[in-house]
Write a protein that binds this ligand. Structure first.
Ligand code: PMP
Length: 517
């Protein structure tokens, strides 16, 4: 674990530009900010692929409609280097989303590239019917990152596959059927995991998807019915007040009691297969649970014969800064951990780690995965672990992420459309609201306008939550303070520009009107 006192910069330089930004000259400021991108010596080769129009046409005629590109005029990205992406017209963007939390150590990181090309020139693939050294080396390296008996790994290719396998393992090992997840969870899109995912927007009307799956109340201290000013393990708390004594979060207790009701009324006694939880909900909009809740939930599930599964697809590999795995800061050890995305820096690689006893149930029948842990994937996986260690990326995530969060909190004090700032390390959410009192989401056209303008100024990030109103920042872990400064300056310029466009728009909070909004 890394100490929380390590971050070097504590005061936000953001204040420096706020007076100019609050003027009507915002468009001029926006152009100036575009030219203030941090230096990057990398020069990608010029784009020589098909025209923009041709790409759009191919997309329309030959790709399935589920491929939804971001932005009104989607970007063609043809090159990447560390935290930078380049479009077909040679424009450089700061990537604050990392290919949806996937590019963990940087686009085309030279060391990972080298590990992959060395492996490619030796052996691509045999399938695991023969033994190749890389999967063994990687299994040792990856499992060394886990506490206790979590020492058996099965490699697959995507997060959905990892969660599929975790469901199978839990049901086989316990002999039980029922699985619990939270409303607002995202665990995958395969027909099996679609049932775990609890967002109407991500569900197809298929019979049987919910077979044996229950969605329980989300313990969300910002939008949920209980929540206060000290619930979260984050440098920034909600603006909701509470009178809980230190380290005794009542919201967590209330949510836990609610979970107990589900066990009492909706489940067969002592016959549960598993509960799945993300350590911080990702797609759901960076939702953090009250401290202590997951630990107690895991005990309750185990007391009822089930296993607890930590979905670390977004929160693993140092993302949350103070620990390598998100579950560690919830102070419990799961029975099964699933991981994907950041594990391979963009290479299709995922894994399930569990105890040898639980893994043994896979011996009941044949179970096969053609690509899982193939030599190329394993070489990439080892190299990603090396880079995280050598470049101290977990520490960077803690330091730069904490700085970013604190600056965002300052921004929140000045812009009423920011309802909540949350997260840890470089897993950060900014929830935009139309009303701070009711916490009602900011309507989509406004969020989209803000998002588009940020893109036009050169900063890319995602949107999460059921209403898509939570700005999601999950950059490669190598970003710098300068990159954070750029993002903050652009965000602020865009907020001002958006307000100027709307005569009855949101107001800047000043010493005169503070407390009235
Ligand atoms: N779990 C979580 C927490 C995720 O965020 C995702 C993907 N967004 C998945 C599982 C599924 O991963 P994949 O898209 O690789 O199947």
């Amino acid at each position: 674990m890394l100490s929380k006192g390590v971050f070097a910069q504590t005061t936000c330089k953001l204040i420096r530009c706020s007076s100019t930004l609050h003027s009507k000259a915002a468009p001029a400021v926006m152009t100036q900010l575009q030219s203030e991108m941090p230096q990057c010596d990398h020069r990608p080769a010029a784009y020589n692929g098909p025209s923009y129009e041709r790409i759009l046409e191919t997309r329309k005629n030959h790709l399935t409609p589920n491929l939804l590109a971001h932005f009104k005029k989607p970007l063609v990205i043809h090159a990447g280097h560390m935290q930078w992406l380049y479009d077909h017209e040679g424009r450089r963007y700061l990537d604050m989303f990392g290919g949806i939390v996937t590019v963990s150590v940087g686009h085309c990181h030279p060391k990972v590239n080298q590990a992959l090309s060395e492996q490619m020139s030796k052996l691509w693939h045999t399938t695991n019917i023969y033994m190749h050294p890389k999967i063994h080396e990687y299994a040792e390296r990856l499992t060394a990152k886990f506490p206790g008996k979590l020492k058996a790994v099965c490699f697959v290719n995507s997060g959905s596959e990892a969660n599929d396998l975790a469901m199978l393992l839990a049901r086989l090992h316990t002999g039980n059927q029922d699985i619990l997840t939270f409303r607002n969870a995202y665990h995958g899109m395969s027909p099996y995991t679609m049932g775990l995912t609890a967002h109407s927007t991500w569900r197809y009307p298929l019979p049987g998807v919910n077979n044996g799956i229950l969605h329980v109340m989300n313990p969300d201290p910002y939008q949920g019915i209980w929540g206060g000013s000290a619930c979260r393990d984050s440098p920034v708390q909600t603006t909701r007040s509470c009178s809980c004594p230190p380290n005794d979060c009542q919201a967590g207790v209330n949510y836990y009691n609610e979970l107990e009701q589900t066990f009492k009324y909706s489940l067969p006694r002592g016959k549960v297969a598993a509960m799945f939880a993300e350590s911080i909900q990702g797609v759901g909009g960076t939702v953090q649970f009250p401290k202590g809740y997951l630990k107690r939930a895991a005990e309750l599930v185990r007391a009822n014969g089930g296993l607890f599964v930590a979905d670390e697809v977004q929160t693993g590999f140092g993302r949350t800064g103070d620990h390598f795995w998100g579950f560690e800061s919830h102070d419990y050890t799961p029975d099964i951990v699933t991981m994907a995305k950041g594990i391979g820096n963009g290479f299709p690689l995922a894994a399930v780690v569990t105890t040898p006893e639980i893994a043994a149930s896979l011996g009941m029948a044949l179970h096969f995965n053609t690509y899982g842990g193939n030599p190329m994937a394993s070489a990439v996986g080892i190299s990603v672990l090396d880079v995280i260690e050598e470049e101290q990326l977990q520490r960077n995530s803690l330091e730069v992420g904490t700085y970013f969060l604190k600056c965002l909190e300052e921004l929140q004090q000045r812009y009423e459309l920011i309802g909540d700032v949350r997260g840890k390390g470089l897993m950060i959410g900014v929830e935009l609201v139309s009303d701070r009192e009711t916490r009602a989401p900011l309507a989509a056209p406004h969020v989209l306008d803000i998002w588009e303008m940020c893109k036009d100024m050169g900063v890319l990030f995602g949107r999460g939550g059921l209403h898509g109103n939570v700005l999601s920042f999950r950059p490669p872990l190598c970003i710098s303070y300068e990159d954070v400064e750029l993002t903050l300056s652009i965000l602020e310029a865009v907020f001002v520009e958006h307000m100027n466009k709307r005569p009855r728009g949101w107001r800047v909070i000043t010493s005169q009107n503070r407390g009235l909004l």
